[in-house]
Design a protein around this ligand. Structure first.
Ligand SMILES: Cc1cc2nc3c(=O)[nH]c(=O)nc-3n(C[C@H](O)[C@H](O)[C@H](O)COP(=O)(O)OP(=O)(O)OC[C@H]3O[C@@H](n4cnc5c(N)ncnc54)[C@H](O)[C@@H]3O)c2cc1C
Length: 471
């Protein structure tokens, strides 16, 4: 008897499966694609390392670091290079470099004097009393002023989430900041006290691995090999008195004591339709507009800009086709051959969903024009690659709190059903890992309360994992 059937082999499903195996559980993970990893795809071509999905993780979250250590990946961790000195934002067809330190926005002229004064005024604003869902735009506009909301937060949400700040729910998207307001009244004051306590600024805390973020799912899968089945699309779930029966297409019908949906929200919505219509509707409502990543490699001499940053973000009001770009070869060593640079442009999201699905050639053309205008990149790129994600990043849009309640209600009504993935607390890999650990603990509690002791097969899988980790 299978303790837990996991549907989806992205970082969420793999992390969860690995954690349950460690606890001696008998796990099967089904993945639709021929290989696992989901969004986390790193590909090395001609000395370049391309990140088709995530390119860095935030080190403030402890769970991914713990996982890296368990997987023996710490020696391969890479941290931001010394070239990362600025965060760039586009203004009037030029990049403004804002130093990465707490007073960066005050010392640069990117925001007008009035805009900077409004930002400083945040220290004296009272906290909002409880009220309706507030958008990210309204939250930052209220606290830091209109210019900050339009010229800093709008490009940030466009770049990080492929979303408009007016669509996102503040509490679901930036829970820590909303909490800081409620606890300390001022976010600025709270941020400075964190800084005094020795914590680094967020932009300084990014890391990856020498093989890219794809190293994480690869290492997880290498230790879980025997319980992963790829090329299997789950079509339907049926609730039984003691567990679930899953129609796994070519793999037939599979029964398990518990089932975890670790897919994208639109797939979770489809699979929930037969067992909980309200949760299915909630999942299907989550927007995830398409995104394209256009990766270009140039000889260093072809690009005039110093590229002293992570990349840049662009406010929608600038009217550009590219919402932001990364400079992977400035971020981490080994992302481009010596004497070359790597650039990645992001197109689509809520601003231009159809554009993300344009032909690869036109997307390459858009990225080349963009880098010529903003970075002085001339001549033919040495390498050009496009990755299109028809369902991009799920957005924590207004009404997300009610959706989360619908998912919690479904888990409560159907003991043994669990949901995990990148549409709960934010799409970042770190959030996915934390949610997956938490879900594994809840699955374990359920199995124990259902009287399912660890089985011989589970214990064997767990000890194989231990051997793989030690080996
Ligand atoms: C372009 C891009 C850039 C990003 N950049 C960053 C970044 O820099 N930093 C960061 O922290 N995060 C970033 N993210 C977000 C992060 O990569 C994702 O949120 C995270 O990897 C999602 O992991 P997941 O396992 O929850 O979902 P997914 O990776 O979507 O995995 C779900 C899996 O379920 C499988 N599946 C679907 N349907 C079925 C079915 N019926 N049967 C079986 N299997 C099924 C899918 O094939 C897939 O493998 C980025 C994402 C994208 C797209």
């Amino acid at each position: 008897m299978i303790d837990t059937l996991i549907i989806g082999g992205g970082i969420s499903g793999l992390t969860l499966g690995h954690e349950l195996l460690r606890r001696g559980r008998n796990v099967v993970l089904l993945e639709r694609q021929v290989s696992v990893g989901g969004n986390a795809m790193s590909e090395r071509i001609g000395g370049y390392l391309m990140e088709h999905g995530p390119s860095s993780l935030n080190a403030t979250a402890e769970d991914p670091g713990r996982l890296s250590t368990r997987l023996g990946l710490d020696e391969k961790r890479v941290f931001l290079g010394p070239d990362v000195k600025y965060r760039y934002l586009t203004k009037n067809t030029q990049l403004s470099g804002i130093p990465i330190h707490p007073l960066g926005f005050f010392t640069s002229s990117y925001l007008s004097r009035r805009g900077r004064l409004a930002m400083a005024g945040e220290l004296f604003k009272p906290a909002r009393q409880e009220g309706h869902d507030e958008s990210v735009d309204a939250f930052f506009r209220r606290r830091f002023g209109a210019e900050f909301a339009e010229r800093v937060i709008d490009p940030l949400t466009g770049g990080l989430f492929g979303a408009r700040s007016t669509d996102l729910c503040a509490e679901a998207t930036f829970p820590a900041l909303v909490d800081m307001e409620q606890r300390h009244s001022s976010i600025t004051a709270a941020a400075f006290s964190r800084r005094l306590a020795g914590r680094k600024m967020p932009a300084r805390q990014l890391y990856s691995w020498s093989g890219g973020v794809g190293a994480l799912p690869r290492a997880l899968a290498a230790q879980m090999n025997r319980c992963i089945r790829t090329g299997i699309t789950v079509r339907r779930i049926e609730a039984l008195p003691w567990g679930f029966r899953v129609d796994a297409g070519a793999a037939g019908m599979i029964e398990a004591r518990s089932v975890v949906l670790a897919t994208q929200p639109h797939v979770a919505g489809m699979l929930l339709e037969t067992i909980d219509e309200t949760a299915a509707r909630a999942a299907l409502e989550i927007p995830a507009p398409p995104i394209a990543v256009v990766f270009l490699g140039y000889r260093r001499a072809q690009v005039a800009h110093p590229l002293h940053g992570l990349g840049y973000l662009t406010p929608e009001s600038e009217g550009r086709l590219v919402s932001g770009a990364l400079f992977p070869s400035s971020m981490f060593a080994g992302r481009a051959p010596s004497g070359h640079v790597a650039l990645a442009a992001y197109v689509g999201g809520s601003r231009a969903p159809d554009l993300a699905l344009a032909s690869k050639n036109s997307l390459i053309g858009i990225a080349r024009d963009e880098f010529r205008d903003l970075l002085g990149a001339t001549g033919e790129p040495q390498i050009a690659h496009v990755k299109q994600w028809p369902m991009g990043l799920p957005q924590t849009s207004l009404g997300h709190r009610e959706r989360l309640e619908a998912f919690a209600d479904a888990e409560h009504a159907l003991p043994g059903l669990f949901l995990t993935g990148n549409y709960f607390t934010g799409p970042g890999v770190a959030h996915c890992v934390t949610r997956a650990f938490d879900t594994a603990r809840r699955v374990e509690r359920h199995l124990q309360s259902a009287g399912a002791g660890t089985s011989a097969a589970g214990v064997r899988q767990g000890s194989e994992l231990q051997d793989a980790a030690e080996g």
